[in-house]
Design a protein around this ligand. Structure first.
Ligand code: PEP
Length: 255
């Protein structure tokens, strides 16, 4: 039998909380969340706040850090970009790939996300691949098809062993930063569809090992219900992860 997946509580700070604010956040947050190995707590601070986060997390190996984006090349003339090796050297364990803001604000394609996943795996970090449909796509009854199309180029470049290194985050674009959350039933249905696609590509046992997170207006008052849905292995939280007390409450919502 496959070991149960540990709940993942991840905070994506986007372009918020500079270094000073990061130090203040962790001074407030850490005493509110007991260290424990029954869940995995992860933050994705802005790159410039990474060192402050790492400093604040000395002595708390239960809280891990990731970066919000990387470029797939190893080094060179790519102004404004970060390499996987730099992220690793700075202490990152995970990398967000294909967040809806990367796809829809910065025009990142699914083929580019696949190249980034390849680079992240080659560099020994964990990719957190974000997928999700827009409101128009959902209204056109294409939600599942869009998520399938976003996952396919990534699954095509993975070996069966590498699937176990992947984390997927289902984040419907219409729910991100809008205050509108997918119903627990809709989230569970899409998580089931994602796992079926993973299973079709690599078999049920391999698919069962992949954490699939939900993201989109997760708040302290809806986290427990979302986390209790079958197949929802954790949450990726944007706005509500900026508030120490609010995100601590979400971390305690794992039951
Ligand atoms: C996100 O940034 O991944 C996100 C889900 O944002 P929010 O929680 O603010 O909707």
């Amino acid at each position: 039998m496959t070991a149960p997946r540990k709940p993942v509580l991840a905070g994506n700070w986007k372009m918020n909380h500079g270094p000073s604010e990061t130090a203040r956040f962790f001074a407030d947050f850490l005493p509110m969340v007991e260290p424990g190995d029954d869940r995995s707590v992860v933050f994705f601070p802005p790159a410039l706040s990474f060192a402050a986060a790492r400093e604040a997390l000395q002595g708390r190996p239960d809280v891990r850090l990731g970066v919000q984006n990387v470029y797939w090349e190893a080094s060179g003339a790519f102004t404004g970009e970060l390499s996987v090796a730099m992220a690793k050297d700075a202490g990152a364990e995970l990398v967000l790939i294909g967040h809806s803001e990367r796809r829809h604000v910065f025009g990142e394609t699914s083929d580019e996300t696949a190249k980034k996943v390849r680079a992240v795996l080659d560099g020994g970090l964990t990719p957190v691949l974000c997928v999700g449909e827009t409101l128009d796509e959902r209204r056109a009854d294409r939600a599942e098809a869009v998520v399938t199309e976003q996952l396919a180029p990534v699954l095509a470049i993975l070996s069966p062993d590498e699937l176990g290194e992947l984390v997927v985050a289902y984040e419907p674009v219409w729910a991100i930063g809008t205050g509108v959350t997918a119903t627990p039933g809709d989230a569970a249905a899409m998580h089931r569809a994602v796992r079926e696609q993973l299973s079709a590509a690599f078999g049920q046992a391999a698919a069962d090992a992949v954490p699939v997170l939900y993201g989109g207006s997760v708040k302290p008052d809806n986290a427990a219900e979302l986390l209790s849905q079958p197949g929802v292995d954790g949450v990726l939280v944007g706005g509500a992860s900026l508030d120490a007390a609010g995100f601590a409450a979400i971390c305690r919502a794992t039951g």
